[in-house]
Design a protein around this ligand. Sequence first.
Ligand code: CP
Length: 333
Amino acid sequence: MSLSAAQASSNSSPSKDFIGKSVVTLDDLTTEQIELLLRKAQYIDANRKLVSHTCDGRIIATLFYEPSTRTRLSFETAMLRLGGQVIGFAGAQLASVSKGESIADTLKTVENFVDVMAIRHPKEGAALVASHAVNIPVINAGDGGHMHPTQTLADLCTLQSRFGRINNLTVGLCGDLTFGRTVHSLIETLCRFGNVNFVLISPDELKTPQYVIDRINATDNCTYVEVKDLVSVIGDLDVLYMTRVQQERFFNEDDYLRLRDTYILDEDKMRLAKKDMAVLHPLPRVNEISVDVDNDPRAAYFEQVKNGMLMRMALECSVLGDELPGFDPDGID
Ligand code: CP
């Protein structure tokens, strides 16, 4: 990717403008910066040893007020693989928040110890509050039912590696489209790359929020349809993004029990799909993808996990301004 004339003449660059940046949503990054991260992730994967001291002396704090396996461990592994170190907590019950400390006070404390922090919190907007409270980069690792930008980076990396592009695709999103924050981040970001037909597959109770629909409507070259039936549309899809019904965000247990198994992707349904369709899922899954799909070459959800680590490596060194040895940010590696 080469710099646009405007960027070149204004003395700014996607690489330079990254330094110190907080990422609450992917709207905090330019399209060029997202493309730069995709290139960096590919470079990191091919040059793991060469990049292993990129962040020597750096420390990331992972502050997880909600459960996580993939996101926390991949943020941490990412920093360790770049030569840095990690502190943090997983589960606020062990931190002073359990004594009544505010998020802002916790962050202003941790800010003194580290260079960058990743925060997951059950409340929508918590990452934005965090980013205003401190003077180091804050990366949103998921805020309630709102956004999960680094999961979207993993998703984009997976689409890029499967299709060689992240546009001109028919993308089905299936399951809990109300509370599934990964869905919201992904739709908003794919709209920026354009030419995506979204097929939004959910029961009436779990439809996509209006602010996300508004984003599709505001994008000239993207379309959407809302349907309830997966079987009738699966044959049209390039990508099927399955999601878990988010039990922890339901107010009513009966509603959760009624809706949790609305969609189960299995071998029979996969027979109706295109031969090169990609099945994505941010994980964890419960029942929505049968394990008999795991060995199907179209199953891409464990690739997503690896890509999540690579993209977090790319993001961490970028916001810290630590350059990957041998990487040419202007496009000729
Ligand atoms: N995809 C994802 O956010 O997984 P975790 O909840 O395990 O971090």
